[in-house]
Design a protein around this ligand. Sequence first.
Ligand SMILES: [Zn+2]
Length: 245
Amino acid sequence: MCTDCETTQAGPVFGRRHFFGLAAAAAALSTGMARADDCAHFDSEALKAASPDQAIQMLMDGNARFVAGGSLNCDLVALGHATAEKQTPFACVLACMDSRSAPEQVLDQQIGDVFVARVAGNVATTEVIGSFEYGTAVAGAKAIMVLGHNHCGAVKGAVDKAVVGDALTTLLNEIEPAVAATPLTGERSSHNHEFVEAVAEANVRMNVAALTEKSPVLKGLVDSGALKIVGALYNLETGVVTLLS
Ligand SMILES: [Zn+2]
């Protein structure tokens, strides 16, 4: 039985949803992001008018709704119909495959809003970079967020130098540079929580850098001001996404 579900069906929450609807509308006005309403799909006109900073702000506004329990709960079937012929997502998100860190949920984004690539350890593989070249240079998304998280099993595996299969070992090796670059106090072990979280942050920063280092297309967009790439960390306990400065 889902006690949360009972809570969200209670009367007072409707008012809260309405409140957050107004708050989101106010945020949209303040950032100049035009939508007919909170649950209208992001169209090409809005995308054209959006700046990279506004796109990032929309992601962070969504996380604020999620944390406050005020997710929009839009009609996803209706949005599926509305975007079936054409999608115009405003951002790309690279996240870990972790079941607890789904970007559409923790950033409260709807169908048609974001391109999402997920790989254990949020590693910017060639396939991810190619996907984001499409999402930005072809489809026009204005921002990329690399979203790591605490208690990451992939980071722990890299810290422990876990060996399972060739493919997994190859993937974990991609996180090794972040392990090597993180000052170690205490033992190199996944039980060293402070070290694990420091590696997770370093890993996000390195993958943010990798996107432009490995992709002249993404670098060109960033240099021209058409695209902004940011790193962020999701906290499993609080639900809060924090941008890395
Ligand atoms: Zn993870």
